[in-house]
Design a protein around this ligand. Structure first.
Ligand code: ZN
Length: 116
């Protein structure tokens, strides 16, 4: 009896939080996540949904075609050349694991050149 009452209290607390727009219950898996406008499913379910969507027949071809359009290519090029993007690339290149990777690639190429 007591357990049920506790559950009721918990549910009431949840409902209150939902009405205060503090949290949302996921539409597909019933997990609870932080409230955000128009967000109805949790990140896990959203990723799962997106992955399933991308696996549909013809979706890969459609995406490839889309990215080959001249206006889309131009947009991507502009984005790549923006100061924000360049700053991000700079930060990425400075990461220690990336530096190690780059050094390994350099040594591998050097070895190949010397063996020619
Ligand atoms: Zn979910």
């Amino acid at each position: 009896m007591e357990i049920i009452e506790e559950d009721d209290e918990e549910i009431r607390e949840l409902m209150l939080k939902i009405s205060r727009k503090e949290i949302t219950i996921c539409e597909t898996c019933d997990s609870v996540f932080k409230y955000a406008t128009n967000k109805k499913i949790c990140d896990k379910c959203r990723k799962k949904k997106l992955r399933a969507y991308r696996k549909r027949p013809g979706e890969r071809e459609r995406l490839r075609e889309y990215h080959q359009r001249p206006e889309v290519k131009e947009k991507a090029r502009m984005r790549k050349q923006s100061p924000e993007s360049k700053e991000q690339q700079r930060l990425y290149r400075q990461r220690p694991e990336i530096k190690i990777q780059r050094n390994k690639q350099y040594l591998r190429r050097k070895k190949l050149r010397e063996n020619k």
